[in-house]
Write a protein that binds this ligand. Structure first.
Ligand code: ZN
Length: 174
């Protein structure tokens, strides 16, 4: 998820996949244990997210079929494995962007506050309560783990136009 317009780039370590890549539509697989390999991947994902000026990134966006997300809305990095929303409170609309969907801004209604359970990078089960932008970023990234993308929140005619444009962008990048 990001709020600054711009094309996703090819990074030294991790490539950010653009709309049209089948993995972005897959339901990602849960992690059994968070070991060195996973915590290394989480660190690389954070780096890719910062380079892309994003505030969140999910593993399928870097071609990994795993339930991992990283988020930083300015209050420090969060690395979550197998994140699960336990409770939602309130709702509100806000415009969102996505590193995998260049130049697309979509107004999305989401819960204002969420309670989330996840494994952290040390394989400990943690519970967090997030609100406002952090809650929104976490919900956006969890959508990715279900294969759900911002375009899905658009009415059908806008969705059709956006998909056509995104596939053209991907053709030009590849
Ligand atoms: Zn996204």
């Amino acid at each position: 998820m990001y709020f600054i317009r711009g094309y996703a780039k090819i990074f030294d370590m991790l490539k950010i996949y653009i709309y049209g890549e089948p993995i972005l539509r897959k339901k990602a697989k849960p992690i059994s244990v968070v070991g060195e390999e996973i915590s290394g991947l989480l660190e690389q994902m954070l780096e890719a997210m910062y380079q892309g000026k994003g505030i969140g990134l999910a593993a399928p966006q870097v071609g990994q079929d795993l339930r991992l997300i990283v988020v930083d809305v300015g209050s420090g990095p969060l690395k979550l494995c197998n994140p699960k929303i336990l409770k939602k409170h309130g709702s509100g609309c806000m415009e969102e962007g996505c590193l995998s969907l260049p130049d697309l801004i979509v107004n999305v209604r989401r819960a204002k506050k969420v309670e989330v359970e996840a494994l952290n990078e040390h394989n400990q089960l943690i519970k967090i309560v997030a609100d406002d932008l952090l809650a929104r970023a976490i919900q956006h990234e969890i959508d990715h783990l279900e294969g759900k993308l911002l375009v899905d929140y658009l009415p059908w005619y806008k969705r059709w136009l956006a998909k056509r444009r995104l596939l053209k962008i991907r053709r030009n990048i590849n």
